[in-house]
Ligand binder design. Structure first.
Ligand SMILES: *Cc1c(COP(=O)(O)O)cnc(C)c1O
Length: 224
């Protein structure tokens, strides 16, 4: 299938999942994860209507972004080393992978230097898998309190990567847990608190049913 056909299939899948639980499909952003793919294919996706793309490495973004045709919103979804904070703040519109205090400090420092706001999501590790990055739910309040004490970081929500399973139903509790945390902290936050980034190629429909408003799709767009 072509990239355009794959995108259409994902749009359909998102719509179905949203309608199943009475949500407006228009409120859900489909982010094309371009980490596996080259500039030509990314531009093909942009021609097919993709408005949001994600990379997981800053160095790949530096190579690809200057060659893209058309304006897209750019997301960083991979672990961010503190020595790459400067280009990350410059190149990306939203950083999904804020997962430690040291990174929060580095982002604040860079954003304050540039006199800009860094928009970010906090990455949670709900399942406790040691191979996954992200903070435990018990540390969320501490990291948000820290961010609150700063002026140049805007936390906009939460992100998680669920463990890979053959049956996406198995990760439903993880998505539900992230949504609950999101809602719980919404009480103490402002209007910027609005993104719940969860769901990938194999489990995005379950994620949408559980409240995701950003799904990150790579394989199902570029490799199927
Ligand atoms: C690669 C990646 C994705 C996309 O995964 P697919 O299974 O290819 O859709 C989503 N989120 C993150 C954080 C990733 O690293």
């Amino acid at each position: 299938m072509s990239i355009a056909e794959n995108i259409e299939k994902i749009q359909c899948g998102v719509m179905k999942a949203a309608l199943k639980v009475g949500r407006d499909p228009e409120t859900i952003k489909i982010i094309a994860v371009t980490k596996y793919t080259g500039v030509e294919q990314i531009n093909e996706a942009i021609r097919a209507g993709v408005k949001e793309i994600a990379e997981n490495r800053v160095q790949d973004a530096l190579v690809k972004f200057p060659l893209l045709n058309g304006s897209v919103t750019k997301h960083l979804i991979g672990t961010l080393q503190t020595n790459k904070v400067k280009p990350a703040v410059r190149e990306f519109d939203l950083i999904h992978s804020v997962d430690r205090m040291e990174l929060v400090e580095a982002l604040e420092k860079e954003a304050s230097k540039r006199n800009c706001q860094v928009k970010c999501l906090i990455q949670l590790n709900i399942s406790g898998e040691t191979t996954k990055h992200g903070i435990g739910p018990e540390d969320l309040k501490t990291i948000l309190d820290k961010i609150n004490s700063y002026t140049n970081i805007t936390p906009m929500g939460l992100m998680t990567i669920a463990p890979f399973t053959d049956d996406p139903e198995q990760v439903r509790p993880i998505f539900r847990c992230l949504k609950n945390l999101f809602s719980e902290f919404a009480l103490t936050r402002d209007d910027n608190w609005r993104y719940l980034s969860m769901g990938m190629s194999h489990d995005y429909q379950v994620a949408v049913e559980e409240g995701a408003n950003m799904v990150r799709i790579g394989t199902a767009i570029f490799k199927d």
